[in-house]
Write a protein that binds this ligand. Structure first.
Ligand code: CA
Length: 231
């Protein structure tokens, strides 16, 4: 099951980098650029499993939001404020952790896993690099190559492939793929999958009609050959 994260950050560039990194890691991400947006999301949409909270927001201080979060929802503060007093106060006020900007994405992800572990949720770092039969997929760098030749994928093709990489070796059902790549309202649109899988195979398989990497599990879903598997 995917964990839902509410990202509260008014810096547009940082928000979009974080959002994309978290989605690649398999999180469902809602974003808010202000206190008002965050409060509206907390009130009207599904409760997040974890909140990433910037402090300096255009319409107030993230600290106020921290106080209003429901008990049991871990909040990681992400802020440029690095005075000890601030950190201590927020940790005492219930923040699960405090990261001073700038921080590395991998440290953020590790601390998120730690915060969720305290709530009994055990996540493994997701696969972000895949290599098999000359195909190299680097999700973080957004690069796909086959026998050393860079392949251009459309954003949707890349999302679909990334979803399969994250569960390489395991079957991912049609429903899950459709929901994660296109959205929850598209879970019946299996023709999208057929179309996009055919496009991916045309770009990445030696013989698209006889795939060895992007495998069909009839009636269930698709599976990317595991890295150790012989295909
Ligand atoms: Ca800010």
């Amino acid at each position: 099951m995917s964990m839902r994260v509410l990202l509260v950050e008014d810096d547009r560039e940082l928000r979009s980098i974080l959002c994309e990194s978290l989605r690649l890691e398999g999180y469902l991400v809602d974003t808010a650029a202000s206190m008002a947006e965050a409060q509206a999301l907390l009130k009207h949409s599904q409760m997040p499993d974890l909140v990433l909270l910037d402090l300096g927001l255009p319409d107030g201080d993230g600290e106020v939001l921290l106080q209003s979060l429901p008990a049991g929802t871990p909040a990681l503060v992400i802020s440029a404020r690095q005075q000890d007093g601030v950190k201590v106060r927020l940790l005492d006020a219930g923040a699960a952790d405090y990261l001073v900007k700038p921080f590395s994405i991998s440290e953020l992800l590790a601390r998120m896993r730690a915060a969720l572990r305290h709530r009994g949720v055990h996540l493994r770092p997701a696969l972000t690099r895949y290599q098999q039969h000359g195909l190299v997929i680097d999700l973080a760098a957004h690069q796909v190559s086959l026998h050393g030749e860079l392949k251009h994928l459309t954003p949707t093709e890349f999302k679909l492939l990334a979803r399969l990489v994250r569960n390489a070796g395991q079957v991912v059902t049609h429903r899950t793929l459709l929901a994660d790549v296109w959205g929850a309202e598209f879970t019946e649109h299996t023709h999208y999958l057929r179309l996009y899988m055919a496009q991916l195979r045309a770009k990445l398989e030696a013989v698209p009609a006889d795939p060895h990497l992007l495998l069909t599990e009839p009636g269930v879903g698709y599976r990317l050959l595991a890295e150790a598997e012989n295909g």
